[in-house]
Design a protein around this ligand. Structure first.
Ligand code: LLP
Length: 439
């Protein structure tokens, strides 16, 4: 069993996080329950920021709030001196409600609407990461209407895709995101942006993938971007203030996963950036990154109550919990793997291998296959680790199942930061038929 952050087993053989007994939390707030280890989130944020500081490189570490966006989380990101990456009007609204400093908000997305751009411009956010030519014109129009300017980055597709241990240099730009670096689109976008009176081009951005364990993909992408920067310096006299290399730093879900510490990714990236900047006589731009999963992923644990059991003789023991693909769609969507223990009997001896089923009416709603556990029954609670990123963020109401509550724990104290949805919440937007169809 691998325990993350402040998680430990207490004298009652219960899982404790942030000095709080998770069994007590489940009794108080119900299950399923997302529990976040705040100290671990702080530690992850600091390790990125401190590495840049140690290397004496001007940087912004922007938390990719798509991983987990709530008012309390955005406030925590602010407390830790992070910037914020938002990808929709909803995430931007959350950030504004949280009182996040607008000048450190960066707005992403491949199809931002007029209303979203207008909201960003009216709120005077730090920068917009422009994704395509349509947006370039639309944003200019929004700036003209608002009689103001906006700082932008251009998202480019560097022809590098990375996932876990593999990276592929595709050499082409077949992605829905960004301006192709190799097919001339990025050059045209830079030229267009530089000619605009309303847009201030800060630099360029790339994001090469997610759950990446190696540094190579980032280095190849940086190399390709510098190649272009040299070109743009010669052609347009353009020197970028910012180079944003995106997010995607991997975390440990199971023992097969072997991520690098944050410092290693940052050191490798900076080494490469310095080398290219030196070679091409370009000033080192400010380096921005956008970690999401690696800030919140392993800080989240979901506590479930165990319910029914079904044995398929000689084949499998199914154990069902009171959540599933509604609070964690990643196993169904990506075959994602997780580790889990019984929160109320953590160190009891393993007695059987079971498969954990969700409660949705869908065969694909399985959380974990072949998990070694003590013999669990309906008094038990299951703790699934590493659910902090893209868990609550992708939660849904399939089968009209309410979304769970979220609790932050730190230094022996618990704070409810998202209430559990009620049945009333589920029908809140429904409008009954105007006339009776049945007497
Ligand atoms: N920046 C950009 C432009 C991105 O598109 C993403 C993630 C990030 C930063 C943050 O990546 P991270 O550090 O969290 O890997 N739902 C999927 C993940 C989708 C990631 C989309 N973009 C999952 O559950 O694995």
């Amino acid at each position: 069993m691998f325990l993350h952050g402040t998680s430990k087993v207490n004298e009652k053989n219960h899982l404790e996080i942030g000095g709080v007994d998770t069994v007590e939390l489940a009794k108080q707030y119900g299950t399923p329950l997302y529990v976040y280890d705040v100290a671990l989130i702080r530690e992850r944020a600091r390790s990125f920021r401190e590495t840049f500081k140690r290397l004496n490189i001007a940087a912004q570490v922007a938390y990719a709030s798509k991983a987990f966006s709530t008012i309390a989380m955005v406030q925590l990101a602010h407390e830790e001196g992070l910037s914020l990456d938002v990808v929709s009007g909803g995430e931007l609204f959350t950030a504004i409600q949280a009182g996040f400093p607008v000048e450190r908000i960066h707005f992403h997305g491949n199809n931002k609407s007029y209303e979203e751009l207008d909201m960003a411009v009216k709120n005077n956010i730090g920068c917009i990461v422009v994704d395509n030519f349509y947006e370039l014109s639309l944003l200019e129009q929004v700036c003209i209407e608002n009689k103001t300017t906006m700082k932008i980055l251009l998202r480019v597709t560097p022809g590098v895709e990375a996932h876990t241990h593999d990276y592929i240099t595709t050499g082409q730009d077949d992605s829905k995101f960004g301006f192709g670096l190799e097919n001339g689109q990025a050059d045209q976008a830079v030229e267009q942006a530089l000619h605009s009176e309303y847009l201030e081009l800060l630099g360029i951005h790339s994001h090469i993938g997610s759950q990446i364990f190696e540094t190579t993909g980032f280095l190849v992408a940086a190399g390709k971007m510098f190649g272009k920067l040299k070109d743009w310096k010669d052609r347009f006299g353009f020197a970028p203030k910012v180079l944003n290399l995106g997010g995607g730093f991997g975390i440990r879900y199971t023992e097969e996963d072997k991520p690098l510490p944050a410092s290693k990714y940052v050191e490798a990236i900076i080494g490469e950036v310095k080398k290219h900047a030196d070679d091409l006589s370009i000033d080192i731009p400010e380096i921005w990154i956008e970690p999401g999963r690696s800030i919140v992923g392993d800080a989240g644990t979901t506590i479930y109550s165990v319910g029914s059991r079904k044995e398929v003789p000689n084949i499998r023991q199914y154990i069902a919990i009171d959540g599933g693909m509604t609070d964690n769609i990643r196993p169904a969507l990506y075959q994602a793997k997780y580790e889990a223990v019984l929160a109320n009997r953590v160190e009891d001896p393993v007695e059987e291998t079971v498969s954990i089923a969700g409660k949705c009416c869908e065969s694909g709603d399985m959380l974990i296959w072949d998990l070694p556990l003590p013999k669990a029954n309906s008094d038990d609670m299951l703790a699934v680790f590493c659910t902090g990123a893209y868990g609550y963020a992708m939660a849904n109401n399939y089968n009209r199942i309410p979304r769970p509550a979220v609790v932050f724990v730190e230094n022996g104290e618990a704070q409810l930061v998202v209430q559990r949805e009620s049945y009333e919440d589920l029908v809140r937007l429904d409008i009954p038929l105007k006339s009776k169809i049945v007497d």
